[in-house]
Design a protein around this ligand. Structure first.
Ligand SMILES: Cc1cc2nc3c(=O)[nH]c(=O)nc-3n(C[C@H](O)[C@H](O)[C@H](O)COP(=O)(O)OP(=O)(O)OC[C@H]3O[C@@H](n4cnc5c(N)ncnc54)[C@H](O)[C@@H]3O)c2cc1C
Length: 421
C-alpha cells in the first residue's frame, strides 16, 4: 500500500465511531486533523511574512536565524504541540537512561526573538492562494517553510495500525513512552525489532534500541532473545555496517538482513516478510516506513518526501516554498544534527530571496554517536559540499568507546540550548 487517503484510514480503524473516538490521535499519527475548510484569516494580510510549519530542530533554528538575518521580515511558526522532546533521547529513554524533563523544551525563546508562535496544527495547504489552513482559520504567507518532520506510515504494514499495542516503537514520543512500559513489563521471550527501508530518521537508531534493551533485560535477569529484521541488506548507515555486524554478533543479537516486514499476524504473533518469511515474537517493535505528512502529499508537493534543491532548500515545484529536515527529499541524513544546519542554512537562502543577502553559510555535515550499550557508543561523520554532493574524503567512523557516549550527550544538550535556549 503506497499512499492512504483519509477515508481508507477511517475504514482501517473501523468507521466513523472509531474515528470520532481516536480522531486527534490518528490525525496526529498520519499528519492531518479533522478540520473543515477554514474561511477566516488568523492574521492580517502579510507584508513580507515567512510562515514555518513545525518548531522542531530545523523549523525553530530557521525561525531564529531568520530573525537575526532579516529583522524586518515577519516570522510566524505554526506548531501543533506545546513542547518538543529531543529525538536522540528517545533511544536512551526507552531503558530509563534519560530523564524526559531534561530533553523537553518550550518555544519561549522563539517568542523572545520576535517570532510569532501559533499553537495549532497545519491541516492543509492552498498553494495557489499562499495559504496554510488550520482548524481555526488560514494564515497567508509570502514564503512557506515546511519543517514538519515525517510521520511513521503504520498503515503500510498490514494490521499494524490496529495492533499498535503489540508493537510500540520509539519513532514518536508517544510510542517511546509505550515502548518503555512494554520493555519494563517484559518477562522474557522473543523481542523482534524491524528496520524500515531508507530513508528513515536516524539510520543507526534501530540497532541502538536492540543493543540497549538487550543490555537492560540481561541486567534484570530477564531471558530474552533479541532479533533484528532488516529491510536493508546490511546494517545502516552503510559506513557502520561492519562495526554493527560485529557488535550485534558479540552481543548475541540475531540479525536477519533483507527481511522486509509487510504484515503483522496478531493471532499467532508472527511478522511476515514480503517474501513470505515468518518470525514469531512475544514483543515486537516494528519501525514503519516513513513519509511526509498526508496534508503535504495531498497538496501535490510529492511523496514520500518533498523534492528540493539541496543547495538552497527551495522546493522544485514552488518558487516561494522551502522544505527542511526530515520532510525534505534531500541527500542529507535525516538527523537532528543536519536538521540544525539545514534550518540555519535555509534561513540564509530565504533571507536572500527576500532581498537580504547575508553571504554563504558553511555546507552541511553529520556527526552521530550511536549507543552500543549504556557505556559505549560508535561514531560516524559524513559531509556534503554546498550543492549537497557527498564528500567521501570526509567520511570517518569510530569503534565503541565511553568517550563517544560523553560526546553524544554533550552534543545533544548543547543542541537544545542553541535552538531553544
Ligand atoms: C529514536 C530516534 C533516535 C534518534 N537519534 C538521533 C541521533 O542520535 N542523532 C541525530 O542527529 N538525530 C537523531 N534522531 C533524528 C532527529 O530527531 C530528527 O531527524 C530531527 O528531529 C528532525 O528534525 P525536523 O526539524 O526535520 O523534524 P522534527 O524534529 O520531527 O520536528 C517537527 C516539528 O513539526 C511539528 N509538526 C509536525 N506536523 C505539524 C503540523 N501539521 N502542524 C504543526 N506542527 C507540526 C512537530 O510537532 C514537531 O515539533 C533520532 C530520532 C529518533 C526517533
Amino acid at each position: 500500500m503506497d499512499r492512504l487517503t483519509r477515508r481508507q484510514v477511517l475504514k482501517v480503524l473501523g468507521g466513523a465511531t472509531v474515528a470520532a473516538a481516536t480522531g486527534g490521535f490518528t490525525g496526529q499519527l498520519l499528519g492531518w486533523a479533522t478540520a473543515q475548510e477554514p474561511s477566516r484569516p488568523l492574521l492580517p494580510r502579510p507584508g513580507r511574512r515567512v510562515v514555518i510549519v513545525g518548531a522542531g530542530i530545523s523549523g525553530a533554528m530557521c525561525a531564529r536565524t531568520l530573525r537575526k538575518l532579516a529583522p524586518d521580515v515577519e516570522v510566524v511558526v505554526l506548531e501543533r504541540n506545546p513542547t518538543y522532546v529531543s529525538g536522540p533521547s528517545h533511544v536512551d529513554y526507552v531503558v530509563g537512561l534519560e530523564d524526559a524533563r531534561k530533553v523537553t523544551v518550550t518555544f519561549d525563546a522563539l517568542v523572545r526573538d520576535g517570532v510569532r508562535v501559533i499553537r495549532s496544527p497545519a491541516t492543509g495547504l492552498r498553494l495557489q492562494d499562499n495559504r496554510v489552513l488550520t482548524p481555526q482559520g488560514f494564515v497567508e504567507y509570502s514564503v512557506l517553510v515546511l519543517a514538519t518532520g515525517l510521520v511513521p506510515a503504520e498503515h503500510e504494514v498490514r494490521n499494524l495500525l490496529e495492533n499498535r499495542r503489540l508493537s510500540p516503537h520509539a519513532w514518536t514520543w508517544a510510542g517511546t513512552v509505550e515502548l518503555r512500559r512494554a520493555v519494563e513489563a517484559f518477562s522474557g521471550g522473543t523481542f523482534v525489532l524491524t528496520v524500515p527501508p531508507p530513508p528513515y530518521k536516524c539510520p543507526p537508531g534501530p540497532y541502538e534500541v536492540a543493543c540497549l534493551v538487550q543490555e537492560y533485560w540481561r541486567a534484570k535477569g530477564v531471558r530474552a532473545e533479541v532479533v533484528v529484521l532488516d529491510s536493508n541488506d546490511r546494517p545502516q548507515p552503510p559506513l557502520l555496517a561492519d562495526l554493527w555486524r560485529r557488535v550485534l554478533q558479540e552481543r548475541g543479537i540475531t540479525y536477519k538482513p533483507s527481511f522486509k516486514v509487510v504484515e503483522l499476524d496478531p493471532t499467532s504473533r508472527v511478522l511476515i516478510s514480503d517474501r513470505g518469511e515468518r518470525q514469531r515474537f512475544d514483543l515486537a517493535s516494528v519501525i514503519p516506513p516513513q513519509r511526509a505528512p498526508l496534508f503535504i502529499e495531498e497538496a501535490g508537493l510529492g511523496g514520500p518526501f518533498v523534492p528540493i534543491d539541496p543547495a538552497t532548500w527551495r522546493s522544485r515545484a514552488q518558487e516561494n516554498l522551502y522544505a527542511l529536515g526530515d520532510v525534505a527529499a534531500s541527500p542529507y541524513t535525516k538527523s537532528a544534527f543536519t536538521a540544525f544546519l539545514q534550518g540555519r542554512n535555509a534561513a540564509y537562502f530565504i533571507a536572500r530571496a527576500l532581498g537580504r543577502d547575508r553571504g554563504e553559510p558553511d555546507p552541511v555535515f553529520n556527526q552521530c554517536w550511536p549507543f552500543v550499550s549504556s557505556k559505549e557508543a560508535l561514531f560516524v561523520e559524513v559531509a556534503w559540499d554546498k550543492e549537497g554532493r557527498p564528500i567521501p574524503a570526509r567520511n570517518r567512523t569510530g569503534a565503541p568507546s565511553a568517550q563517544h557516549v560523553k560526546d553524544r550527550k554533550q552534543w545533544e544538550y548543547g543542541l537544545l540550548r542553541a535552538v531553544y535556549g
